[in-house]
Design a protein around this ligand. Structure first.
Ligand SMILES: [Zn+2]
Length: 324
């Protein structure tokens, strides 16, 4: 483990916000999320070193569900992601293909999707899942270490990546260095100002190490030569569902009690996994008996999420920044 200072402003003054364990793999191991007193950046502190972090990414983490419904979901997600790059697709003469670098591209499905739209694509991926990519150039080191140093790309994308890296400032700097002037850096990160991130223990700890708000993103961009063009606080790409929002409200506001991790019931997925149950009606009944409030809570999500999006307090945000 290592203790660090603020990645954004360098301050060593920070205050704890909450503690929670690794919900996916090591439920007995707790970590603390702190907030910089000077700039408001959230980060895990202390945190696993880059070498130690490998333990928290077992092969199981990278397994994605196969099947037609997942394929439809991915297609919808990629179309939404591509929509943020539409200003570039429309602009200017197309005497050359626009160049895209996707950071954290996993098996390369998004770059491949963009290649079909006429982009010349490359990817960055440090996990082994990228080993099979042969149809476009792939960099297998950390983004700041790739052997591209000149303004080269029209767009750099990072979907749910920056919250995972040990040095986000290095990523912002590198994105600035490899983008052409007026190029776009488009990235999605969890929203530390949301109730899901800040109060409901929905972050993927300790794989998420940094927690951003609009203000801290703006400061990163100002320091590295970008202008923030657009923030989309919505659920079009990834969701951060407000698990157990109802239980939290009851405990905080009706019972006037604190809400800490032991008060969080298992999600239905965690319940199935921990008790090794198949999905189906019998399991759903068992879960309802275990946590009736969670069942009502689950039915409320669409309404709660819509309200959070309208209030710009949803759990994830996509930012579009222009290189100046
Ligand atoms: Zn700071």
């Amino acid at each position: 483990m290592e203790t660090v200072v603020c990645n954004l402003c360098g301050s060593d003054q920070y205050a704890p916000v909450y503690s929670m364990p690794d919900r996916l793999f090591f439920r007995g191991e707790f970590f603390t999320v702190v907030e910089c007193r000077r700039c408001g950046l959230g980060f895990l502190n202390p945190r696993p070193t880059p070498a130690e972090m490998a333990n928290y990414y077992p092969a199981e983490y990278f397994r994605s569900p196969a099947g037609a419904s997942n394929a439809r979901y991915m297609e919808r997600r990629f179309r939404k992601e591509a929509s943020y790059l539409a200003p570039l697709e429309r602009s200017g003469a197309t005497d050359r293909n626009k160049r895209l670098l996707d950071i954290g591209c996993a098996t390369g499905a998004f770059p491949r999707f963009m290649a079909r739209r006429g982009w010349q694509v490359e990817g960055v991926e440090i996990a082994e899942v990228a080993a099979g990519i042969a149809d476009f150039p792939i960099h297998t080191q950390e983004f700041q270490d790739i052997p591209v140093r000149e303004p080269t790309y029209d767009a750099v994308t990072a979907w749910a990546v920056l919250e995972h890296v040990h040095d986000p400032m290095a990523y912002f700097r590198k994105a600035s260095a490899v983008l052409r002037r007026n190029g776009l850096f488009v990235f999605l990160v969890p929203n530390f100002a949301s109730v899901a991130s800040r109060k409901l223990f929905c972050e993927d700890i300790p794989r998420h190490i940094y927690f951003f708000t609009r203000e801290t993103v703006r400061r990163y961009l100002e320091k590295t030569g970008f202008m923030l063009e657009r923030e989309d606080n919505g659920r079009g790409v990834y969701k951060l569902a407000p698990h157990h929002w109802l239980g939290y409200q009851i405990r905080m506001h009706l019972l006037n009690k604190k809400y800490s991790f032991p008060d969080v019931p298992l999600t239905s997925k965690e319940f199935r996994r921990i008790h090794n149950l198949p999905s189906g009606f019998a399991t759903a009944m068992k879960y309802a008996a275990y946590s009736p409030v969670s069942v009502i809570d689950r039915m409320l999500w669409p309404a709660i999420e819509t309200a959070q999006i309208l209030l710009k307090r949803y759990g994830v945000s996509t930012y579009v920044a222009r290189k100046i």
